[in-house]
Design a protein around this ligand. Structure first.
Ligand code: S3P
Length: 450
């Protein structure tokens, strides 16, 4: 598990053109949900393309601990024999969700209306992240929780034996919170209603409908009003997980900044609640095209083609787009360093409570590498130096955060001097094949001392 083992320092240096096809792994958000909803249906759910990163493997282990049978066959297909809505058994041990905020928050929701208790923990990053955003709405169902000061893990959740449905307006733009409430609502009789003012990723709603739940979304003046009828019988599904746009972001952004590059990233999920980065890059002047746009398993999918883009311009990223690219700001800030002019990112307070404080982590590392960055509580600005002008040369802290580690590795591919991270091991949480995949395109990333 990342952060529990030996740190893996890594260095990335300027390389020749990146070329070829990058087969990035399955979508992390969809993979967690496929395992959890599979565990809540009666019968066998089959999943292909599941992300086999540490975060998702921890969720698979957790589903076993709650009584589901979860196996992988030699062809890479996952089989989940679920226990049905309300059928979770009490785990016989502490549930360790590793580095995964999505894993722990969704699982807390899924067990919150079952008459069982469970204790959750994670690595140092996860144990420092706020959980009250989930336990507050779960308390409305009748769920109890006891954690550390500030609502931190380790934490025990006592599920509601006699849950009531809830009506909840999500106070922060968070798909994790929305999903936790919806998953808890599954085992509450009657209608659970969740309202979000800003649209966040909607994989839970789409997948619940696919598993046969009665769920509707209405766009009103209040925001998106999502209504779920409790106690459905979920029907097992065959799920093909699309490839992860958040992982695609790394080879795409690398191709834009490395001279001469031309990279194809096939089969990328382009759900509009996830695709904000690509729109932003195009506004910055990126040579990024969608080829073969189609629909697969209820999600829009395309092949992304990214080519070296020497004339990138800094822009003001519309705050309304933040939720649709929340995990991509770190790597966007790297691209912004190679643009001309300032890239201003506002309305991004949530970045401060991710696997790390991502504004602080990126601002500090970019400054060490010669880039001017300003930041405030919910905004930051990167002053681009233009192609060929970013010095590099520094070692950055990854703070147990996969996306910070990968972003600095992308930075080093086009800086004057190599860029290092103190620990690349967290990359395995979401993108275990990052190093061989980038090497296959022509990148030069080395494990220091290996
Ligand atoms: C996720 C939602 C996002 C995102 C995370 C995955 C999900 O978090 O940052 O990596 O799968 O629901 P928030 O919903 O808390 O913003």
């Amino acid at each position: 598990m990342s952060g529990h083992g030996t740190p893996i320092p890594m260095t990335s240096r300027a390389c020749g053109p990146l070329q070829g096809a990058a087969q990035v792994p399955g979508d992390k958000s969809i993979s967690h949900r496929a395992l959890i909803l599979g565990a809540l249906s009666v019968g066998e759910t089959r999943i292909t393309g599941l992300l086999e990163g540490e975060d998702v493997l921890d969720t698979a282990k957790a589903m076993r601990a709650f009584g589901a049978e979860v196996t992988r066959d030699d062809d890479g297909m996952w089989h989940v024999h679920g226990v049905g809505v309300g059928g979770f058994a009490e785990p016989g041990h502490v549930i360790d969700c590793g580095n995964s905020g999505t894993g722990v928050r969704l699982i807390m929701g899924a067990m919150a209306t079952c008459p069982i208790s469970a204790t959750f923990t994670g690595d140092a990053s996860l144990n420092s992240r706020p959980m009250a955003r989930v336990t507050d709405p779960l308390a409305l169902f009748g769920t109890q929780s006891v954690g550390r000061a500030g609502g931190r893990l380790p934490m025990t959740i006592v599920g509601a034996a006699d849950p009531v449905p809830v009506h909840y307006v999500v106070p922060v733009p968070s798909a994790q919170v929305k999903s936790a409430v919806l998953l808890a609502g599954l085992n509450a009789p009657g209608q659970t209603v969740v309202i979000e003012k800003e649209a966040t990723r909607d994989h839970t709603e789409r997948m619940l409908a696919g598993f046969g739940a009665e769920i509707t979304t209405e766009v009103t003046d209040e925001g998106r009003v999502i209504s779920l009828t409790g106690r459905p019988e979920l029907r097992p599904q065959t799920i093909v997980v699309p490839r992860d746009p958040s992982s695609a972001a790394f080879p795409v952004c690398a191709a834009l900044i490395v001279p001469g590059s031309d990279v194809l990233v096939p089969n990328i999920g382009l759900n509009p609640t996830r695709a904000g980065l690509f729109e932003t890059l195009r506004e910055m002047g990126a040579d990024l095209t969608y080829e073969n746009l189609r629909e697969e398993g209820g999600e829009p999918v395309a092949d992304l083609r990214a080519r070296y883009s020497p004339a990138l311009r800094g822009i003001e990223v519309p705050p309304a787009r933040a939720a649709s690219m929340i995990d991509e700001y770190p790597v966007l800030s790297v691209v912004a360093a190679f643009a001309t002019g300032a890239t201003v990112m506002r309305g991004v307070k949530e970045l401060r409570v991710k696997e790390s404080d991502r504004i602080a982590a990126m601002a500090t590392g970019l400054r060490l590498n010669g880039v001017t960055v300003e930041d405030g509580p919910d905004w930051w600005t990167v002053h681009g130096l233009g192609h060929g002008n970013v010095p590099g040369g520094a070692t950055c802290a990854s703070h147990l955060d996969h996306r910070i580690a990968m972003s600095f590795m992308v930075l080093g591919m086009a800086t004057q001097s190599p860029v290092s991270v103190d620990d690349g091991s967290p990359i395995a949480t979401s993108f275990p094949i990052f190093e061989p995949l980038m090497a296959g395109l022509g990148a030069q990333i080395e494990r220091v001392g290996a």
